[in-house]
Design a protein around this ligand. Sequence first.
Ligand SMILES: NC(=O)c1ccc[n+]([C@@H]2O[C@H](COP(=O)([O-])OP(=O)(O)OC[C@H]3O[C@@H](n4cnc5c(N)ncnc54)[C@H](O)[C@@H]3O)[C@@H](O)[C@H]2O)c1
Length: 357
Amino acid sequence: MERALPIKVGVIGCGIGSFHLEGYAEEPRAKVIAIAGLEDRCQELANKFGVSRVYHDYRELLADPDVQAVSIAVPNYMHQEVTLAALRAGKDVLVEKPLAPTAAEGESMVAAAEETGRILMIAFNRRGRHDVELVKNEVEAGRLGRIYHARAFWMRRSGIPGLGSWFTTKSLAGGGPLIDLGVHVLDLALWIMGNPRPVAVSAATYAELGPRGKGQFFGSRFKVIEGAPYEVEDFATAMIRLDGGATLQLDASWAGYTSHTDEFGVSFMGDAGGAEIHVKDYAQIGTLRLFGEVGGMPAVTEPRLLPRHGHGWVIHRFIDAILNGKTESPSAEEGLDRVRLIEAIYRSAELGREIEI
Ligand SMILES: NC(=O)c1ccc[n+]([C@@H]2O[C@H](COP(=O)([O-])OP(=O)(O)OC[C@H]3O[C@@H](n4cnc5c(N)ncnc54)[C@H](O)[C@@H]3O)[C@@H](O)[C@H]2O)c1
């Protein structure tokens, strides 16, 4: 059956939910008709984006029969509860990363999408970057040859998103920078490589600055909750063995004595070429270098890049999926694979040795 356009959308959560609102504003096939969230800023966002219905609790938004699809941008510990309720209310769902704090919760979300026949996708918005698209295309065209090693990292000098908040509470977030930031670059590396299966991991985690009350994000919307414990790592490092023999080195940190405010990237070594994406302070241009040869001499190519809105890219694919009645990548299944790998990384760190997956 032809779907009437625009698809009517609800956005749940007014933190990163604002990026979803920006993304939908670029998508003529969808219109946000409702926002839900607990703070006054939700009304401000509604005014800014011309959204007429503002709900407090997410259940009120899900009870709105006009809402056909939702973006879920609530804390990690609520992803499962809100996703299950939305799918069962007949809504298609785009949920924020990580899929859930645990793989068990993520499995129930994937199962509910199958049972209800609704779309369930995950906001891996970094895939929408232009540098990422170019590297993905180079790898798929075989121009790097066989990739035997990749590196993924996200490092912050002082970027704990709220000392003492849900972010730093293990049961609410699922972990620290590994599940918060590492999940993005893990996803980029694995997706670009064609989703090879991880077979073993050797990892370590550290909590050095957070427990001493150091490393809070400067000048951001994230608040410090005085006296609340810091329960997660502030740095994680892992060596992951992939099916087929390639290796992936991952580092993720919210806080540490490193050089820059915020930097992330992925790089690939292939037997015919290499590629390196290195992003400082969320730069969109000047971030990609490709390594090859010209006349037998080492050569570096730095393509010109265009700025992109990552959430806009994901939302475009989400609307495609709704209209085609078929889930697109980034899918909830890929989100679940990443959480399973992250759980294995934490287990290896706890045991202090390599484990098979
Ligand atoms: N893709 C990205 O780049 C990116 C960036 C930041 C955060 N995130 C993810 O987005 C999610 C939210 O993170 P955040 O930084 O926006 O957190 P936040 O704590 O700033 O915001 C959470 C929002 O959820 C709302 N909420 C909580 N309970 C609710 C309820 N019962 N009904 C309706 N709304 C409710 C709050 O009112 C708030 O607006 C997390 O999963 C996080 O990992 C993704």
